[in-house]
Write a protein of this length. Structure first.
Lengths: 458, 186
């Protein structure tokens, strides 16, 4: 299972149940808790919250060693282990890295660079994109690509899809589909609204192009490519293993690991993260814009889509690139944006439980919006279940704020801040995809919901 | 005569869920300076060594910690003079502790534990062997730490309080005096 609660360690405090957005944690107070996997959306907020650690006083040092081994964690790991934990996939990554016949490609989500340095002692929200690229290179990945690039690609596809739905009369409101926990929640609980979801794959899954376009430009045999994604998210493992995610002819992304697991790997390989030089991601699919970067915070996908959508509709540059109307941390916020002749009505939901009243209002015809962004974690991916875990809950708010601030600062410092102006994006359409929402994009970058194992009867 | 009684941290309500956030916070703030512990779990390279102890019973649970006794049995019994009273706090000097465990035997509350010592994120070895040095660990009211007792600040249910019994007694006296005056017997 992706998310687990260790019965031997859980004290039954149920603090995790307080943060679980879907009430999936069940059990009596004071007794070890169990996860109801029919409800769990694998967001990992319980993993972030749990403080019930393997104690040398109560359990003994041997139990620590035993639990570390049971959980498939590197033997070099020294950090505390807690009752709630997520599955570790580093063994698969290490095996691929060690195999000389395998070409390893890695992609890193926007939020990873906003937080990974914290696990090496940095202040909260320290942005380390260039050290991150250097670390991935030292680990030995053959291609250091970036989910920020595929986030830009997502905007091209999702922005075009939105315009089509608005102008040609498609299903509205359109929901974002980047957050796999949100998608899974909708599939299980509101399958009748599946057509509201954007058909776009998430940025992670748009990494399908690594095995097609990526193989072509470097003359690699796609059968030999092994793609690893590094995500702030515990649910991305579920997403990459969805059976329909094989447009490239292979499993599009082979393994997803979390920000924390990447930190384990860096330590395990003896890489001194803090003293790495600044390096860049590999070209072309490591080139990214500010728009791709802000996917990591609530309102970011919306803002990135507006930066591009505005220009696609009006043919003019957006007057103010910082779309402050969609920023903020309110759990549900709406804005009306003037886009040419269109009053584009948008909504942003952050924190999965806050989507329920929104969905109910839509069903009751009480809410009239064109586009809604939904993120499961409290302030978006920077607060994801796979991010560096705070020791003190009193620092949680400060951490989220600092990681959000870091995200916007990184966006502001990048020379290009609109997805459609990313030269590597322009090039991939010229050379391979041809046109957003076109035939090849549709096959490679779009998906279906509520199919196969994810078809749930209400 | 100055009759200042030592303050101490104690569980003051029955809302404890047993989440261990107090133990983790205690460990964290005591190891930020010498053991490179920063904001996240990933910066921890040593075993968690708390100075208060979650105690779980069938019906309820509570953290138990030092009462900073006025005539402290741990201090009196220490064979290495490693325990001293510093600003009202019964304080263990880890460098002097020889791990004789007299304090553990003497303490009626089980408020001390022998735990491994670490410096700069590494276990400290004994001089004569490869075994890890241990010291008595107990609540020191976070006297050397900015912001005061971390356990109190972190508890999600406000279970823990810093108690000053003299002020508490004076408040009770005032209430009792007011009550007496209202009876009309004065």
């Amino acid at each position: 299972m992706i998310i687990n609660i260790d019965k031997d360690i859980c004290t039954g405090c149920r603090e995790c149940a307080e943060v679980c957005p879907v009430s999936a944690i069940e059990g009596e107070q004071g007794k070890a808790q169990e996860i109801n996997y029919d409800k769990c959306v694998m967001c990992g907020q319980c993993v972030q919250k749990c403080k019930s650690y393997v104690s040398i006083v109560e359990h003994g040092a041997e139990v620590y060693d035993q639990k570390r081994a049971e959980r498939n964690l590197p033997a070099t790991l020294k950090e505390p282990l807690f009752a709630a934990y997520n599955n570790c996939n580093l063994d698969k990554v290490k095996a691929a890295l060690a195999d000389k016949n395998v070409i390893t490609m890695v992609e890193c989500a926007p939020a990873v660079r906003m937080a990974i340095a914290e696990d090496f002692g940095a202040e909260l929200g320290t942005v380390e994109a260039k050290k991150l690229a250097a670390a991935l290179r030292r680990i030995g990945f053959d291609k250091i690509y970036d989910t920020n690039f595929t986030a830009d690609l997502t905007i091209m596809e999702e922005g075009t899809e939105l315009i089509k739905r608005v102008t040609e009369g498609g299903k509205l409101p359109m929901f974002t589909s980047c957050c796999p926990a949100w998608v899974s929640f909708l599939e299980r609980n509101y399958p009748e609204m599946k057509d509201n979801l954007s058909t776009c794959k998430s940025p992670q899954q748009m990494g399908a192009v690594f095995k097609t376009y990526g193989a072509k430009i470097d003359n690699y045999d796609p059968a030999k490519i092994f793609t690893v994604s590094v995500m702030p998210c515990t649910c991305k493992e579920f997403e990459c293993n969805r059976e329909e995610m094989n447009s490239s002819g292979y499993q599009d992304v082979d393994v997803a690991i979390t920000t924390r697991e990447l930190a384990y790997l860096i330590k395990d390989m003896g890489i001194d993260f803090n003293h790495l030089p600044d390096e860049d991601f590999d070209q072309p699919m490591g080139m990214y814009t500010g728009a791709g970067t802000i996917f990591g915070v609530t309102g970011g996908v919306m803002e990135a889509a507006i930066r591009t959508g505005y220009e696609l509709i009006t043919g003019k540059p957006i007057p103010a690139i910082d779309v402050t109307a969609v920023r903020g941390s309110d759990t549900f916020r709406t804005a009306t944006l003037q886009v040419g002749d269109l009053d584009l009505k948008v909504g942003i939901v952050t924190g999965l439980k806050n989507v329920i009243p929104v969905l109910e209002d839509i069903k009751a015809g009480k809410l009239d919006l064109h586009f809604i962004e939904v993120m499961t974690c409290p302030v978006g991916c920077v607060s994801g279940g796979g991010q560096p875990k705070l020791l003190l809950d009193s620092e949680r708010e400060a951490a989220y704020e600092a990681r959000t601030k870091g995200t916007y600062a990184h966006d502001a410092e990048l020379p290009i801040r609109k997805s459609h102006e990313n030269p590597a994006i322009v090039k991939i359409y010229e050379e391979y995809l041809l046109t957003p929402n076109g035939k090849e994009s549709h096959h490679m970058l779009h998906t279906k919901y509520c199919i196969g194992e994810n078809e749930f009867k209400k | 005569m100055n009759n200042n009684l030592s303050s101490f941290v104690v569980a003051c309500n029955d809302q404890c869920t047993g989440c261990r956030a107090c133990e983790v916070a205690c460990f964290t703030v005591h190891n930020q300076k010498d053991n490179k512990v920063a904001h996240t779990v990933g910066t921890v390279e040593i075993p968690v060594t708390p100075r208060l102890f979650l105690t779980r019973l069938e019906e309820f649970c509570l953290p138990v910690q030092c009462k900073q006794c006025e005539d402290a049995p741990c201090l009196n019994s220490c064979s290495a003079k490693a325990i001293a009273r510093v600003d009202g706090v019964v304080y263990v000097n880890e460098d002097l502790c020889i791990g004789c465990k007299n304090c553990m035997m003497a303490c009626p509350f089980g408020a001390l534990e022998m735990l491994p010592i670490a410096k700069k994120g590494k276990a400290v070895k004994q001089i004569g062997s490869d075994e890890v040095r241990k010291s008595a660990y107990k609540c020191d009211l976070c006297i050397n730490i900015e912001g005061g007792p971390a356990c109190i600040k972190t508890c999600p249910h406000d279970v823990l309080k810093l108690v000053n019994l003299e002020e508490d007694r004076k408040e009770k006296n005032i209430k009792a005096a007011i009550a007496l005056s209202l009876t009309g017997n004065l």
